[in-house]
Every structure is written in C-alpha cells, then in structure tokens.
Unconditional design. Structure first.
Ligand code: ADP
Length: 182
C-alpha cells in the first residue's frame, strides 16, 4: 500500500494510504461492520475472504454491537494482529445523529486499541460505502476524531493512525481534508 500523505501530531504519526486494508501491516485494522457483525460485502467481505472464516466465527460469539461502538477479534491469516469491528451509522438525512455516531464508532475503536496497548491502527472510510455517508463529511469526521483522541490521550500506546482508502473518489476526499488541516 502506498503512503500519500503524512504528518506528526502530538508525537504521533497520521498517514493517508491508498490501497487494500487487508494488506495493511499494522497491529489492528478497522472493519466497517454492521450491528450483527455479519461480514458480507464491502470491506467486511474482503476481510473475511482474506483473513478466513475464523473472523466471522469470533464475531458470531460477540453477536450484537450497537451503532457508534466497536468490538475486537483476531485477524486470522491477515498480516494485522486484530480486527476492530466499528459500526458506523447508515446515512439518512444528516440530521439523525449520523455525525455523532460516526465519531463515536471511530473513538471507540481507538479506545479499544489503546486498552489493548496497540501501536498502530488503520481505518477504512467507515459508513462511506454501502451505508451512504457523504465521503467528504466522512473524511472530516474520521480525521478530526483521530486528532481529538490524540489530544485527549497524550499517553496512548498508539503511535500511528492510518486511513487506508480503496477507491479514488474516497481517497480524494481524504487527501483534500488532510491537506486543508495539516
Ligand atoms: P459501510 O457499509 O460502512 O459503508 P463499506 O465496506 O461498504 O462499509 O465501505 C466502506 C469503505 O470501504 C468504502 O469507501 C469502500 O470503497 C471501502 N473498501 C472496500 N473494500 C476495501 C478494502 N479492501 N480496503 C479498504 N477499503 C475498502
């Protein structure tokens, strides 16, 4: 995967990466999951196909994860050590708490990684695929939430936060947001 942009923030590194999250060499990759942790299509489908059905089996033991929160499993055969299943909101009209739920899903994922003492984590564009969240707005919330987490948790074990974008339009949205901010 290709690093396109990077910055240092509070002694930590934030990177924008173009590629397939299943190939990320990090402690944890984040999955854009649904509340039932049924990993069918999109990034979730790719994670189970490449990591193995063991990820679905571990997810079934967890069962239900409400929107705005996250849960962790192993990563099967993937290079990552763990998969953090974050449940973002389905886009409705932008006035139904979507922004807050997306922020909360990202923040919960970072909290789990910190509690596990992980050093690196890679996020996909949660909710910006099948769930229909506008890409620019998703990019803004994901990057802002990462910054907020690092500000609020100066002693976190997390040293690197990556955003791994698969398709060109989503990648462009993240590059724009990142370039504006840093
Ligand atoms: P959601 O249901 O939360 O919208 P999706 O999996 O449909 O989740 O899409 C989230 C984002 O993940 C989209 O931008 C999609 O292009 C992207 N995506 C799909 N496959 C991969 C992959 N292998 N690695 C990284 N991102 C991916």
């Amino acid at each position: 995967n290709k690093v396109l942009l990077e910055t240092r923030f509070n002694n930590k590194t934030i990177r924008i990466v173009h590629g397939d999250i299943t190939e990320e060499n990090v402690d944890a990759i984040v999955n854009a999951a649904n509340e039932y942790l049924k990993h069918g299509g999109g990034v979730a489908g790719a994670i189970v196909r490449k990591g193995g059905y063991v990820i679905q089996e571990e997810s079934d033991k967890i069962g239900y994860v409400p929107t705005g929160s996250a849960a962790i499993t192993g990563a099967g055969k993937l290079p990552a050590k763990f998969v953090i299943h974050a449940v973002g909101p389905v886009w409705k009209d932008g006035k139904s708490g979507e922004d807050e739920k997306l922020e909360s899903a990202v923040f919960s994922s970072l909290k789990i990684a910190d509690e596990k003492k992980l050093k690196s984590i890679s996020f996909p564009a949660i909710s910006a695929g099948i769930f229909g969240f506008p890409k620019e707005r998703c990019a803004k919330i994901l990057i802002e939430t990462a910054v907020k987490f690092l500000e609020q948790n100066p002693n976190t074990t997390i040293e690197e936060i990556r955003f791994c974008l698969f398709d060109e339009p989503t990648l462009n949205a993240f590059v724009n947001e990142f370039s504006t901010r840093f």
